[in-house]
Design a protein around this ligand. Structure first.
Ligand code: AMP
Length: 426
């Protein structure tokens, strides 16, 4: 017997039992996007590798370790998209959206690919939704982005206090004040550099801000004690921006926790950074990450354009909703199951079936030539609301008895009125 092929490590089938959960979440995202006036963009599954090297950062974990990169027949290096900000910005620039939409509000729902070590809440193919708001430097845009991110959870029934949802917030300044801050940070940590872990010692020079990403407890203790807070070192404009962001969040009653360790290591990230975590998840507790990237559009070849966005994982959202039992009941609904008596009625029944479908009735019949008893069993298994028995007698009479499967009530209905019967019922 030949070897059974299974799905690749780190990937999962979304089976029919699961897919209603996905559609439910997706419908809430589409609904919110319409209310917030964001328009959907769908970019290709693969892009030139260069896009991610430039748009995600050559020295990030994603680019150095996690990308699925391959050469096509023309020897061009391509990569399955590991994130979506860079592709969305690429598309924004390529299609000259800056000229038609001075503020482009875009959203997406997409599978992504990263070669990470699979564990609960971490896969190699996973799904994100997110928004990118390109064109405004003003703090209301940051707050709209955060409010959208939070609203997805609220609308699905996840709330800050009851469901251990935390919005953490920080500002990392702009290219001006950050440079001075980094010098101060290096200065204050110089005497403790040898006590940092190997990765932090490397980052000390090359990517100082990312020292805050280290999970090592002794590094964290050193930072806690000696590192200056970035929010104490913002220039006046950045400080103003950040206080407006927090004031607007207060006014909208969106709770947040200030966390000066929440950073992005790359130069094109500016000002606001935020993350939403869930206490319902294990080690992989980040549901959503976002922030401002005022320098990325230019870095990818467009005109200097400020932007802000977030990306959030769907698999982890499903885990959180399951943990709180927040999914509605998704029993499959079939309006009618046609039970056939004898083979001769099959062609006529098939016609009736198709006709009902064209009228919007969700219906099915037996395609396995099963016994009448087995067909009724199938109707029950499929949760059909009604059944109708079709045999030679019914065809001759031009009418059939419809049975309500919940109450057992029966009613005689002419074939010509079948669709009307269901329209009235539904
Ligand atoms: P990131 O693009 O790394 O900022 O991630 C944004 C969100 O996507 C995270 O907060 C997670 O919810 C989700 N996410 C990131 N990587 C994975 C992964 N490998 N598997 C599942 N979800 C992920």
């Amino acid at each position: 017997m030949s070897r059974q092929i299974t799905s690749v490590k780190g990937t999962k089938d979304i089976l029919p039992e699961e897919s209603p959960k996905w559609r439910y979440i997706e419908s809430i995202i589409h609904e919110l996007a319409a209310e917030y006036n964001y328009r959907e963009v769908r970019t290709p599954v693969f892009e030139e590798t260069q896009l991610f090297a430039r748009g995600v950062g050559e020295y990030t974990d994603i680019v150095t370790k996690e990308m699925y990169t391959f050469l096509d027949k023309g020897e061009t290096s391509l990569t399955l998209k590991p994130e979506l900000t860079a592709p969305v910005v690429r598309s924004y620039i390529q299609h000259h959206y800056d000229q038609t939409y001075p503020l482009s509000k875009l959203y997406y729902l997409t599978p992504l690919f990263r070669q990470e070590r699979p564990q609960a809440g971490r896969q190699r193919q996973f799904h994100q939704y997110g928004i990118e708001s390109i064109g405004s430097e003003h703090p209301e845009t940051d707050v709209e982005t955060i409010a959208f991110a939070m609203d997805v959870y609220t609308r699905l029934g996840l709330h800050s206090e009851e469901n251990h949802l935390e919005l953490r917030l920080n500002s990392i300044g702009d290219s001006n004040c950050r440079f001075q801050y980094l010098q101060q940070l290096q200065g204050d940590l110089a005497a403790h550099r040898d006590n940092l872990c190997k990765t932090c010692q490397d980052r000390y020079e090359s990517n100082t801000l990312r020292l805050f990403d280290c999970k090592n407890e002794s590094c964290q203790a050193i930072l806690e004690e000696y590192a200056p807070k970035i929010t104490d070192h913002l220039c006046e404009e950045c400080d103003q921006h950040f206080s407006t962001v927090t004031r607007l969040l207060d006014e909208l009653a969106i709770p947040y926790i200030l966390d000066h360790t929440l950073v992005r290591g790359l130069d094109y990230y500016t000002r606001t950074t935020f993350e939403i975590t869930s206490g319902l998840l294990g080690a992989q507790d980040a549901l959503c990450g976002g922030g401002r990237y005022d320098l990325l559009v230019e870095q990818l070849g467009g005109n200097a354009t400020p932007a802000v966005g977030f990306a959030a994982g769907i698999e982890r959202l499903i885990l959180a909703l399951e943990a709180e039992d927040l999914f509605p009941d998704f029993t499959d609904e079939l309006d009618l199951f046609i039970v056939l008596v004898g083979d001769s009625v099959r062609p006529k029944a098939f016609k009736i079936l198709q006709n009902l479908r064209s009228e919007g009735v969700r219906c099915d019949m037996d395609f396995l030539r099963r016994s009448v008893k087995a067909q009724f069993r199938e109707a029950n298994r499929q949760n059909a609301s009604y059944t109708v028995v079709l045999g030679e007698n019914e065809l001759e009479a031009g009418e059939a008895t419809i049975k309500n499967m919940a109450t057992g009530d029966e009613q005689l209905v002419p074939f010509t009125d079948l669709a009307k019967f269901f329209r009235k019922k539904l």
